[in-house]
Write a new protein. Structure first.
Length: 216
């Protein structure tokens, strides 16, 4: 686990938040034992936040961009209302296959509709109107995801983007001047905050989560 995401305050917050379900614990174990780059796994505190937001929002359609092993997916599904749908897109076919097989074995009654491919190509073909979107995929496309997804959403819809603090590098002036990935994330953060008819709040949970609410 990245040390920036496990400081004393973060650990305390995890300890006094609702515990992981056995399925989430199984995803965590599977990811760290079987997957390359397991640190990409969504965390416990972040997962409780996502689950709580779904319980509050009661969305009709959730879209997730970036499945990985489905930890966040499982959190999004926990409080999903009956009759609502959840779509999850993973670009890497090998990762998607391993994840789908794991879910089929450990949670065959899940309600997730899986999609494999580049999200910018997949989304226009889905013919959905999501009112809750969680993005944790290729960071260089964050601005494109936002510009594509925001018009699809109803008033009151929410979009969440993960890793927007970029391991705190967005506040380091040298990195903002010389590191392309940091420049890209800072540009996204700035772009999101200049859009009309939205409310934007960046939360310092784990590696940063930006919550964008669409207004009328």
């Amino acid at each position: 686990m990245h040390p920036d995401w496990q400081d004393e305050i973060h650990v305390y917050c995890e300890n006094v938040s609702s515990a992981e379900t056995p399925f989430l614990q199984a995803i965590n174990e599977f990811t760290w034992k079987k997957m390359i780059n397991p640190r990409m796994l969504s965390g416990h505190l972040q997962g409780r936040f996502l689950s709580s937001l779904v319980a509050l929002k009661q969305p009709e359609c959730i879209l997730e961009i970036g499945t990985f092993t489905g930890y966040a997916t499982a959190c999004l599904q926990e409080q999903l209302p009956h009759g609502s749908s959840i779509h999850s897109i993973e670009a890497d076919a090998e990762t998607a296959l391993k994840t789908h097989q794991f879910w089929q074995q450990h949670h065959p009654s899940h309600r997730v509709q899986w999609h494999v491919g580049e999200a910018l190509e997949v989304i226009p073909k889905l013919n959905i109107q999501p009112d809750f979107i969680f993005v944790d995929a290729d960071k260089h496309n964050y601005t494109q995801y936002l510009d594509l997804c925001l018009p699809l959403m109803k008033t009151g819809g929410v979009l969440l983007f993960d890793n927007t603090l970029w391991s705190k590098r967005v506040i380091i002036q040298k990195d903002r001047e010389t590191d392309r990935d940091t420049q890209n994330m800072h540009a996204f953060n700035t772009h999101a905050n200049t859009l009309p008819n939205v409310v934007v709040v960046m939360l310092p949970i784990r590696d940063g989560i930006t919550l964008i609410t669409k207004l009328g």
